[in-house]
Design a protein around this ligand. Structure first.
Ligand SMILES: [Fe+2]
Length: 371
């Protein structure tokens, strides 16, 4: 807020001390009279003889003016053009135009261009002071409204962040509930996230997309919460009905997350993480680049982690055997470029100590896989 103004709730009277006014008019006598009146009232006053002179004062001297009082008709740059140019440089300055009776239309267009008020020549000192006070008060109220709007936006954003954090925490709890239900997948979501992020970085994917990928990977199997425990942990081969239940999990994930706008950007990646590059996956049977990039990355990471983890129906494959399987299926099940990038960074991937190692790594040389 301008220091010369009173705080909201106090008297609206303007205190002219410290308020800087630039008077722009080609008539030297008028500038002199106006200056006298304003300085007697306590304002600080500068003068300019036309629009160009006014802009020079602003740019060369770098003085911050609270009020611009300008004539309309002047040689060189006129008052209307000056108002437009000034607003681009100093939108917080209150503008007031001085016009002759015959220029009322022009005064109205000045108001449309953002001037706070106009005063008709000839005028006396009292009318001038009231007009300037009104203009300053109006500008100050505009500033208060703008501050309030910005503050409100900030508060809304803070509240939205809190709500989104609550969503993330509840979903995190659901992921943990899923891992408790299907104990063969403990640490799976976090490892798929680590593999996916490492692959994306190896590919040079922009960091903002990597962040979305990270969030999608954590949630990719959330829908398994809707699959019966007896099916998830079945030691033998799934029958047709059980298989159909399992393949619905990407769609269940989406139906859980869809009501929350915060998760919308992640839904395509989650929905299509079981698509195959050759079009033989589910649920859409998409092929090649029809499959979202994040889904193609997660498909490799997900399969590698599944192969290197013990499941109800088989023990974990050794890491090098699983890597060879990714290579073998490159170009059919997997995007060959992504398989290549995954295989090139996989030996360097380390799992933080708070995340379960895949069973294969547990059996091999666990230290080698820890960060
Ligand atoms: Fe899945």
């Amino acid at each position: 807020m301008n220091p010369a103004m009173h705080s909201p709730g106090e008297s609206l009277l303007i205190n002219p001390a410290g308020v800087r006014v630039l008077v722009v008019d080609d008539e030297e006598f008028l500038r002199f009279i106006v200056r006298e009146w304003l300085e007697q009232a306590g304002y600080s006053v500068d003068e300019a003889c036309d629009g160009n002179d006014a802009l020079r004062k602003l740019e060369i001297r770098g003085v911050r003016y609270d009020l611009l009082l300008t004539d309309i008709r002047m040689p060189g740059m006129d008052g209307i053009t000056l108002l437009g140019e000034w607003a681009k440089r100093c939108p917080s300055t209150a503008g007031v135009v001085m016009s002759a009776n015959t220029e009322l239309d022009t005064a109205v267009s000045a108001l449309k261009m953002g001037a706070c008020d106009y005063i008709t020549k000839p005028f006396n000192g009292d009318v001038l002071l009231i007009t300037l006070e009104n203009a300053l008060r109006k500008k100050d109220l505009e500033r208060q409204v703008e501050d309030y709007r910005l503050n409100l936006e900030k508060k809304v954003k803070e509240q939205t962040d809190v709500i989104n954090l609550m969503y993330v925490r509840s979903i995190d709890a659901m992921v943990k509930a899923l891992e408790a239900k299907d104990h063969y997948t403990r640490g799976h979501a976090q490892r798929v996230t680590i593999y996916s992020v490492a692959t994306a970085r190896e590919m040079g994917v922009p960091e903002s997309d990597v962040e979305d990928l990270r969030r999608a990977a954590v949630l990719h199997d959330l829908g398994k919460i809707g699959v019966r425990e007896s099916v998830l942990n079945k030691p033998g081969k799934l029958d047709k009905e059980e298989f159909e239940e399992v393949v619905r999990h990407p769609e269940i994930s989406v139906s859980i997350l869809e009501p929350i706008p915060f998760f919308h950007p992640l839904l395509p990646a989650i929905l299509h993480h079981h698509e195959q590059f050759n079009g033989r996956g589910y649920p859409g049977g998409l092929a090649g680049e029809e499959i979202p990039l994040a889904s193609r990355i997660m498909a490799v990471a997900d399969t590698f982690d599944a192969m290197t983890s013990t499941r109800a129906y088989r023990t974990a494959l050794p890491m090098d055997v699983a890597a060879e399987e990714i290579r073998r299926c490159s170009g059919t099940q997997f995007d060959p470029d992504i398989a290549h990038y995954f295989l090139s960074c996989q030996p360097r991937i380390r799992i933080p100590g708070d995340i379960f190692l895949p069973d294969a790594a547990d059996r091999e040389t666990p230290k080698y896989f820890r960060s």
